[in-house]
Design a protein around this ligand. Structure first.
Ligand code: 5AD
Length: 348
């Protein structure tokens, strides 16, 4: 197994068969060897830096009905909200004064957020703060819309592929198209965005064969960012009775993605930190190098409840931010708040 891991480290690739062999034969010893190699790779690409991004949850209205997600359209218990343009801009102003230089605007697929509104927000923020990056995470839109938002100044777009196995994708995404999701990701890449794909760990019937497909998809797409997190049940969804995704598998996937794409920006996700109080720090040790603290207005945070157990009382204040930075630095990393672009990306 060490030979396969060395090959992955040296060549940043493996065949599907080798990936499957690796996943099927991981024990404590070779897992630690894999983690060592992915740690070395992150050190070569970005050193011990951990980039901070301010996350703004803009709306929990969503027209989609993903079976796992707490803000799915059919969830009548979700208490819906959306930020006004003014609230959204004020979030960025507060974030900027705290030191953030990336703002991630994330939300459900809410028709209220037309290109016109989003372009106005993007231009306002870019006009005020030209040293900031804007990341959007607003689901599937048309290629035209993605292009319009890019031309208005958006730099990055997060859209997880969720799973690269068609049968699983279709079973948890009613009335959604497996092809369209992938098409969106191709469009985003082509337009010039730093593009984020990613997948869930712990979907029903997911096996190592499925993870090999996720890893291959990522190796071929070459996204600049990859979000990988455990599934966590949300009680008002059809998947509310299922078990949590496995934290160890998340760590293994983070480390393999780091090795497949050495320059990738890889968040230690909120979901990972929810299942394991040390989850995020464990993530940094296996190659994660991004963290996205919440900048949303306090009163809305509870409502943006994708899964149960998400921590609501986080940062906001300068004091809390200091604690986040202190914690990252205390485990041997270096929290920074600059734009933190992917080192091989240039705006088209
Ligand atoms: N558990 C973990 N992650 C979830 N997401 C949505 N619902 C859940 C859940 N129950 C993730 C999806 C989506 C991202 C914004 O949040 O992968 O892409």
């Amino acid at each position: 197994m060490k030979k396969i891991i060395d090959k992955l480290y040296n060549e940043n690739n493996l065949s599907d068969k080798e990936l499957l062999t690796l996943l099927n034969n991981l024990n404590e010893e070779n897992k630690n060897y894999l983690f060592e190699k992915s740690y070395m790779t992150r050190m070569k690409s970005y050193g011990n830096t951990v980039f901070l991004r301010g996350l703004i949850e803009v709306s929990n209205f969503c027209k989609k009905d993903c079976m796992y997600c707490g803000i799915r359209n059919s969830n009548k218990n979700a208490n819906r909200y959306r930020l006004t343009e003014e609230e959204l801009i004020n979030c960025c102003i507060r974030g900027y004064s705290l030191g953030y230089r990336t703002f991630v605007m994330q939300g459900g697929e809410d028709a209220y957020f037309t290109d016109e509104i989003l372009c106005r927000v993007i231009r306002t923020i870019k006009g005020k703060f030209e040293d900031c990056a804007i990341t959007l995470s607003l689901g599937e839109r048309s290629r035209d819309s993605y292009k319009t938002l890019y031309d208005a100044g958006a730099d990055r777009y997060l859209l997880r592929h969720e799973t690269a196995t068609r049968e699983i994708y279709e079973s948890v995404h009613p009335n959604m198209s497996f092809e369209n999701r992938r098409q969106c990701l191709n469009d985003l890449k082509e337009i010039g965005y730093q593009t984020g794909a990613g997948f869930l760990i712990g979907l029903p019937n997911q096996t190592n064969e499925d993870f090999v497909k996720d890893l291959r998809f990522i190796k071929e797409l070459k996204p600049e960012m990859v979000g990988i997190g455990p599934f966590i049940p949300q009680k008002d969804t059809p998947m509310g009775h299922l078990e949590n995704g496995n934290v160890e598998i998340v760590l293994v996937m983070l480390s393999i993605v780091r090795l497949l794409l050495p320059e990738v920006l890889l968040p230690a996700t909120t979901a990972l930190g929810t299942l394991d109080p040390e989850g995020r720090e464990k993530g940094f040790r296996v190659g994660a190098n991004v963290i996205m603290p919440n900048l949303s207005p306090f009163e809305n945070r509870k409502k943006y409840s994708l899964y149960d157990g998400k921590k609501f009382v986080q940062d906001e204040s300068a004091e809390e931010l200091k604690n986040i930075i202190k914690k990252i630095d205390s485990v041997g990393f270096n929290a920074v708040m600059n734009r933190g672009d992917n080192i091989i990306w240039k705006r088209k």
